[in-house]
Design a protein. Structure first.
Length: 347
């Protein structure tokens, strides 16, 4: 099967993280034997013709191009959506003619695949209509499943004790990630458990501001480690070494970092926003209200006090649904159904 991907977001030399989830979907489908080409990023020979087109992220320019290619090649197209602009906390879906055009093209897609049920409902609230919806998971690199959750292998601190390691990974966009609230809650937790340690992984527009803020509220370099951007394998190692992954976002869809954490067997603490409640249950983490710093502090202390609460192997098994094999097969199954229906309809 030949599949053409179009996307407003895709990794580049300027930003290796932008649209990484789209690239991983393409890789997962290739692993199933499909010939996937990405518009503008991969060579497309003149005689190469797609069997199906996938629009990743419903932006006007690429949506129009997708529809024109659909007419030119007379093949179906599907839409995979990751954008948070449909959500009330970050609403920016266009009005007027642009909004009408996006709804028109969405309605004629063979299937719309948001990354969470919550995003599906938000899209429908914006007037997006289609007869076929299917939630599709993001993909986690296979090496996140290869390691063993390795708390027992960590060296103790100088006094013979072992610190409780908390981990946060994000793009450091304060509006979305609320890292300052996380830092305040962590500082409060330290008053109850002095053996806590927080590692902050990533970079972004508010990274330096977050780091400066930590110093302003009295957090030392011994209490908070700022790694900057790490490779995926380095992030995997950090997750395997952590006691708990912490995300205090104001809004989200289906964050890949949570899928990665689950794949390593690391329990999570997160706000109950977006599609996160679909990802995290009581066996693999704790969900708290958005913006509730006291609840976050209590959850951190609770995890530190009761480390036996979570089965890391059970969490790893739960995270298998984000593997290349399962997500790639799910996408291929959808492609076959849509292609079969389109071919039958056009005969």
């Amino acid at each position: 099967m030949r599949i053409l991907y179009l996307s407003a977001w895709y990794p580049s030399d300027k930003d290796r993280m932008m649209g990484l989830f789209v690239q991983k979907h393409a890789e997962a489908v290739r692993a199933q034997g499909a010939d996937v080409r990405v518009w503008k990023y991969e060579k497309i020979e003149k005689n190469w013709r797609p069997d199906i087109i996938q629009l990743n992220v419903l932006s006007l320019k690429n949506a129009l191009l997708t529809y024109l290619l659909h007419l030119r090649y007379r093949v179906p197209y599907v839409i995979v959506e990751h954008w948070s602009r449909y959500l009330p906390a970050n609403y920016s879906f266009p009005k007027g003619v642009e909004g009408w055009l996006l709804r028109f093209m969405a309605k004629r897609a063979g299937c719309i695949m948001p990354v969470s049920e919550n995003l599906k409902r938000a899209m429908q609230a914006c007037g997006i209509r289609n007869e076929h919806w299917q939630v599709i998971n993001n993909v986690v690199d296979d090496f996140f499943y290869d390691g063993v959750w390795s708390m027992e292998h960590r060296p103790p601190s100088a006094d013979g004790a072992r610190d409780i390691r908390l981990l946060h990974v994000s793009c450091f966009d304060e509006k979305a990630k609320n890292t300052k609230g996380l830092l305040r809650a962590y500082r409060a937790a330290l008053e109850q458990r002095a053996d806590l340690h927080l590692t902050m992984v990533g970079t972004g527009i508010d990274w330096q501001d977050s780091k400066d803020y930590a110093a302003q509220i009295g957090l030392t370099e011994e209490q908070v480690c700022w790694t900057g951007e790490l490779t995926p394998k380095e992030v995997c190692h950090e997750m395997q070494q952590a006691d708990c992954f912490v995300l205090f976002s104001n809004y989200e869809n289906a964050p890949v970092v949570l899928s990665e954490s689950l794949a390593t067997g690391c329990p999570v603490i997160s706000t109950r926003v977006g599609g996160i409640a679909e990802m995290v249950n009581g066996d693999c983490g704790i969900l708290i209200p958005v913006g509730d710093e006291q609840a976050l502090t209590q959850a951190i202390v609770q995890v530190a006090d009761h480390q036996e609460r979570f089965s890391h192997e059970q969490i790893r098994q739960y995270g298998l649904k984000y593997s290349y094999t399962q997500v790639g097969q799910s996408l291929m199954d959808i492609y076959h159904v849509i292609l079969s229906a389109f071919t039958h309809h056009t005969l």
